[in-house]
Design a protein around this ligand. Structure first.
Ligand code: ADQ
Length: 729
């Protein structure tokens, strides 16, 4: 198997320096455990920031680097200014709150932080490139590094790149607030596989990409820049065996007993979180207050323990937040405390995992009520530790884990009354109900552990193709290199060039009338037509009037409405392919008008033998749903009048069956000798008919992304036009 390069903001190690001694210790945690297996098995590397080593002596630093090397860890060093801008400023001051829907916490002006974010992402890409060997798989993690996949793709086009987002991907309505939304999406789309915790985050990503980048909203793979990017939901999890081991450990169990004894018969309700404003701690405290207020007889029968790990204390929003929590706890304990006890035991510190598991074992009720959480591992840790199938999990609907842990008591953490009642319900739940629920939760957590998570992701990455190698400016899907092919076309005795217009010679425009040719295009076509023994044909779905108005003066052949009308040279008449009945048009027009009425921004384009419904400018979510309804709505008319419904790029076109771009091919080929070489360029589904009708010797070129039967591919109209100029030069 190939090597795996894991890339994350932090390296999975902790560097300790005491007096002369430095030690580099692998850190614990589900993610590290999940990745350690693949990391060690495939002789891979882990790239990331080792933490601040600035205070170490020169000698200590060298020592650290050596030990990192032995662990397969590659340090990406950051200056303290970078940590403050890239990490605190942009990652945690902009992306973190926005992706957790906490818009009011966003930095107002983060331009400099963004610059630093980009520069640091570039540095990570440099570090990967320096270590990369052909065949390696690269797995990039989380919101601090969203730009790295595309940066790496640019430099190593055929690399196999995976990206996993550990936090939520917000709804498009929220994501679009980000001034750098386009860069972030394009950055992530540099990967072959983009992973999320849940299908709803994936859905949000797809519709953000549809809205911001105009991509076709497909849920499992997005066609992007000539590649297919696979999107998957891979719910992250924990190392279950480790929690079961700790839960069985005698010392841990003894500690759990001590915690219970100290509670003197009171039931224990536990919260364990980083002290982060996304975790919902203040609202949880208010719900506890409400519960105490409403249940006087239960006051002396429960103890709330909240363990909060210090986190990101240099970010302003966090310092303020800590004060808010302290004040709330103080107020509630002040109101409901007695000389013997206070209701809330608040511990602001980190603890060894064994002590956390002792708390899990001691707790009758576990409260995990984040306002938003990508997944949340604490709830899975609690479930994994409850080996005797007792205990009640209260879980926020807005944690990614809620999609999996259905049997928990799910709550809306914003609804303080509902959370207060759920605390009460959890405290009185019968042992049999606890067992039924906990067994179901445990089954799921045990089968979907962290190993399965990394295995599923890496499996998909293994299957992902990586970008096919680029040869020259066009890419051949199979066969010989393209530069030779162009040279051989140039030396052919005669040449037939067949060109689609929109999306091939000019970029797609918001409205059809905005796509008029620029002056250079006119010159390029004129020069191409002036080439000895060369015929140029523009084959478009447009009406005659547009082609006549824009290209009419040129000594080239024009074919309108997908070849139904043709005009051989300037001044000559347009000739129709055959007689055509048009009595179907009012009915189709009326039906499509219904879709225009319901889909703002969409419109009808009516031609002689076809009617098209364009939805490029409409809301992509609505438009794609409407587009799925069109075939059924037109079904009867299509059958009755022998029409076809042809899907194009954000357009559906009803036209007479058998009229397609392929019909002109026999006529055109007949006018040239058998040794003529045909070149055809097109971007759209309708150009596939042209490609299919051409002999196998023809040079067919698909412009843009997506599937095509063409032999070659070019990324965009600009590169298509470079190719035309190369034919002339
Ligand atoms: P986090 O926001 O850090 O992770 P979470 O998934 O709950 O959130 O993990 C927290 C970890 O810290 C748990 O392993 C927990 O046991 C530990 N922990 C909490 N309090 C502690 C304490 N006082 N002492 C010691 N350890 C403590 C981000 C996303 C999550 C996503 C993970 C993994 O925000 O949504 O689940 O990444 O993808």
């Amino acid at each position: 198997m190939s090597r795996l390069l894991i890339v994350s903001n932090r390296l999975p190690v902790t560097v300790h320096a005491e007096q002369g001694d430095v030690s580099v210790v692998p850190s614990a945690g589900g993610l590290v455990t999940a990745l350690r297996g693949p990391h060690e098995r495939h002789g891979g590397l882990w790239l990331g920031w080792p933490g601040d080593l600035e205070r170490l002596t020169e000698e200590q630093r060298r020592d650290v680097e050596e030990r990192l090397e032995q662990l397969g860890a590659v340090p990406v060093h950051l200056t303290s200014a970078e940590v403050s801008r890239y990490y605190d400023g942009f990652s945690n001051g902009v992306l973190w709150p926005l992706f957790h829907y906490l818009v009011e916490k966003l930095h107002l002006d983060a331009r400099h932080d963004w610059e630093s974010y980009r520069a640091v992402n570039e540095r990570f890409a440099d570090a990967i490139v320096a270590r990369y060997r052909p065949g390696d798989r690269v797995w990039i993690h989380d919101y601090q590094l969203t730009l790295v996949p595309a940066m790496l793709r640019r430099r190593i086009p055929d690399a196999r790149i995976g990206f996993f987002l550990h936090i939520p991907f917000p709804a498009a309505e929220v994501f679009r607030i980000l001034p750098w939304r386009e860069q972030v999406l394009r950055g992530m789309l540099g990967a072959d596989v983009v992973g999320f915790h849940t299908t709803s985050y994936r859905y949000h990503f797809v519709y953000s990409a549809a809205r911001v980048l105009g991509l076709d909203p497909e849920l499992e793979t997005l066609a992007y820049e000539g590649r297919r990017v696979r999107l998957g939901a891979y719910p992250v999890s924990i190392d279950v065996d480790e929690f079961v081991r700790l839960a069985r450990d005698e010392e841990v169990r003894a500690e759990a007993r001590r915690i219970r004894e100290r509670a003197q018969g009171r039931k224990i309700v536990l919260g364990v979180d980083r002290l982060d404003y996304t975790k919902g701690i203040p609202r949880r405290m208010l719900a506890i207050e409400r519960f105490l207020e409403r249940e006087p007889e239960l006051r002396s029968k429960v103890r709330f323990i909240q363990l909060a790990v210090p986190t990101r204390e240099k970010v302003d929003a966090y310092a303020d937040f800590r004060r808010v929590v302290n004040e709330l706890v103080g107020r509630i304990n002040g109101s409901y405390g007695t000389l013997d006890d206070v209701p809330i035991h608040f511990l602001h510190r980190s603890m060894p995992m064994a002590d956390v598991v002792a708390l899990y074992l001691a707790a009758d009720v576990m409260m995990v009520t984040p306002l938003r959480d990508g997944m949340n591992l604490v709830c899975k840790e609690y479930v994994a530790s409850r080996i005797d199938d007792t205990g009640v999990l209260v879980l926020s609907e807005f944690a990614g884990a809620a999609a999996e842990l259905i049997e928990a008591l799910q709550v809306n953490p914003h609804d303080i009354d509902a959370v207060a009642s759920t605390i009460q319900r959890a405290l009185v739940m019968s042992p049999s109900e606890q067992r039924v629920r906990m067994q179901a939760l445990r089954r799921r957590v045990v089968t979907h552990d962290a190993h399965r998570w990394s295995h599923c992701f890496l499996n998909d990455l293994e299957r992902a193709s990586g970008a096919p190698p680029a040869v020259g400016s066009a890419r051949r899907r199979e066969g010989a290199p393209q530069l030779n092919t162009i040279a051989s076309a140039r030396s052919a005795p005669s040449l037939i060039v067949m060109l689609d217009y929109d999306g091939t010679l000019v970029p797609l425009a918001a409205m059809p009338e905005l796509a008029q040719p620029d002056e250079e295009l006119i010159t390029e076509l004129r020069e191409l037509a002036a080439r000895p023994r060369t015929q140029v044909h523009v084959v478009s779905g447009r009406p005659r009037e547009d082609l006549e108005r824009w290209l009419g003066e040129l000594p080239i052949s024009l074919h309108a409405e997908h070849g139904f009308f043709s005009r051989a040279a300037p001044g000559e008449p347009w000739v129709a392919l055959r007689d055509a009945a048009l009595d179907w048009k009012p009915k189709v027009r009326e039906r499509l008008q219904g879709f225009v009425d319901r889909t703002a921004g969409s419109f009808i384009e009516e031609k002689m033998v076809s009617i098209a419904w364009h939805y490029r400018n409409a809301d992509p979510e609505l438009a794609s749903q409407m587009a799925r309804e069109v075939p059924a709505e037109l079904d009867e008319a299509l059958r009755e009048h022998d029409l076809e419904l042809i899907p194009g790029r954000k357009v559906l076109e009803a036209r007479l069956r058998g009229v397609n771009k392929g019909v002109i091919v026999p006529r055109v080929l007949a006018t040239m000798g058998p040794d003529a070489v045909a070149i055809a360029l097109g971007d759209d589904r309708t150009d596939e008919d042209l490609f299919a009708a051409l002999p196998p010797t023809a040079l067919t070129i698909h412009v843009g992304g997506g599937e095509s039967s063409a032999a070659f591919q070019l990324p965009d109209p600009a590169s298509a036009r470079r190719l035309l100029r190369a034919l002339v030069a």
